[in-house]
Design a protein around this ligand. Structure first.
Ligand code: MN
Length: 505
């Protein structure tokens, strides 16, 4: 039987066989929505294959983190959602006999190879848009089930018939558990793979593509994923209707987006019964007819306000629904689920995120929800602070120093969201400093897509300016970060201002 991604099948089987030969495995994963779902998929697959394991999480898999892993007495280490980019360091440990790495990742590999390396980029599949870390882990999990079921079959057959049969031959007997059981072949884990891909922003033009789409297909067959065309707004499960529309700003609809009163008036004018017991209903609770009425009115409003047709198309996309989760909870919607996981990751509570992924609907879910509420409050407090205290304007950029008042893990998001507020320009990139540790500052930067079109590339700005003062940095053109030694702020800003000036001239 072929797995969901035929190109990866052989390598996945090789990795799975190596894992099933291990006495026990150390599972190391990245801390973000994709990394957490990767770990949950791998953990479920290892458990089902009766391979003992322990899980560790790292924000960054740097030299120290890898050395710590090597110092354990695990002989087999499974890396998920990272490992490829660190193969140079991992390879040295492998050579020293510290451990055998098995890697399920989708990031650009370092210039070194290893035998048990599962990465879509090695097989001509795009790792940014076609397969996530969770997707690679899912492919591995499917192979692991195959190897495990094969071994079980062969044991059963040996004892029953006292003769050896190739467990992987097509003539093998299908055991009582049956291949139709989605749990037996790990297809039920496709739901988490979809959450990981959505969390890693792999959906484009409103849907998942390539290998991701094949995983969606398996999830649908297994009954753990449903897809449908729906409004492309965040919060369909959990936001009260007026907030759903007020906060939806990807496609700006004049008079509704960012407009509390406007969103209320829009809904009040629809001649629908959109409240229950005095409370606004949620999108997920509307009937199809009601959804249709609201959606048409929204499109009509957009058209009448001159929103271009290409933008209006973006109002609709494919929604990925997890039907086993209750209606009206964030877990039912892949995008809300991944936001919840990112909140746990941002506050270094990977244990909480993993618990939710593994099915804990009590304590872990409660904690995750609280982390998300706190996160939203931290963001809004941060934005208030920046707006109140203001930014310093240089010739080509603007900046502020949050000290220890805004966590370094969210200061970049705060900076981006504050752009456009009173005194904070949208025609210059914004840089934000925050305390990282005793000796270092974290700098986050955000631009706009307009500025990028004019030539802004913040990954270059942050990389060059930080290295000029003994730090390091990088990222994307529209958002990038750096770490710089304390005391170098002015020199860093001066250099960054020069580079932005050159890029935008
Ligand atoms: Mn990832």
């Amino acid at each position: 039987m072929a797995g969901p991604v035929p190109e990866l099948e052989d390598r996945a089987t090789r990795c799975a066989t190596r894992l099933s030969d291990a006495d026990r495995v150390l599972l190391a994963s990245h801390i973000d929505a994709d990394g957490l779902t990767s770990a949950a998929i791998a953990a479920s697959a290892l458990e089902r294959a009766e391979i003992p394991f322990e899980t560790v999480f790292e924000k960054q898999l740097d030299e120290t983190a890898i050395a710590d892993i090597a110092a354990t007495d695990y002989e087999t280490v499974l890396f998920t959602d990272f490992g490829s980019g660190q193969l140079d360091i991992i390879g040295e440990h492998e050579e020293n006999g510290d451990f055998t790495p098995v890697i399920a990742d989708h990031h650009q590999p370092a210039d070194r190879e290893t035998e048990y390396h599962l990465n879509p980029l090695l097989f001509g599949i795009n790792g940014a848009s076609e397969l996530s870390g969770a997707g690679a882990s899912y492919v591995l999990a499917r192979a692991l089930a195959e190897v495990w079921n094969g071994e079980r079959r062969s044991t059963e057959e040996t004892s029953a018939e006292s003769e050896w049969m190739d467990p992987r031959s097509d003539g093998g007997i299908v055991t009582a558990s049956g291949t139709n059981d989605a749990r037996a072949d790990n297809r039920d884990l496709a739901a988490l793979a979809v959450v990981g891909a959505v969390g890693d922003m792999q959906a484009s033009s409103g849907e998942l593509h390539g290998a991701n789409a094949k995983i969606v297909e398996e999830g649908v067959e297994a009954g753990v994923v449903e897809t449908g065309t729906d409004l492309a707004l965040y919060g369909k499960q959990t936001r009260p209707l007026p907030k759903l529309f007020e906060y939806a700003t990807d496609v700006h609809i004049p008079g509704i987006s960012n407009n509390e009163g406007g969103a209320l008036r829009f809904l009040d004018g629809l001649d629908l019964d959109l409240k229950r017991d005095g409370e606004w209903r949620r999108w997920s609770g509307l009937s199809n007819d009601e959804k249709q009425t609201v959606a048409s009115a929204l499109v009509q409003r957009a058209v009448s306000k001159g929103v271009p047709a290409s933008k209006i198309d973006q109002l609709v996309s494919t929604a990925y629904v997890l039907p086993a989760e209750p209606v009206g909870t964030e877990l039912r919607d892949a995008s809300e689920f991944s936001t919840l996981l990112n909140a746990t990751a941002r506050y270094e509570r990977a244990d909480v995120g993993l618990g939710v992924c593994l099915g804990d609907r009590g304590d872990a879910l409660e904690r995750a929800r609280k982390l998300l509420r706190d996160h939203r409050r931290n963001l809004s407090n941060g934005i208030d602070l920046v707006t109140r205290e203001g930014v310093t304007h240089e010739d080509h950029l603007q900046w502020f120093d949050a000290g220890d008042e805004i966590r370094e893990t969210i200061v970049g998001i705060v900076a981006g969201m504050a752009m456009g507020n009173e005194g904070i320009s949208r025609s210059k990139p914004i840089l934000a400093f925050a305390e990282k540790n005793e000796d270092e500052l974290k700098v986050s930067s955000r631009g706009t897509h307009n500025l990028v079109r004019e030539g802004l590339d913040l990954s270059v700005v942050m990389g060059e300016a930080s290295r000029a003062v003994g730090g390091d940095g990088g990222g994307h053109d529209v958002a990038a970060g750096a770490t710089v030694p304390k005391g170098e702020e002015s020199a860093f800003i001066e250099r960054a201002d020069e580079i932005v000036g050159e890029q935008l001239s």
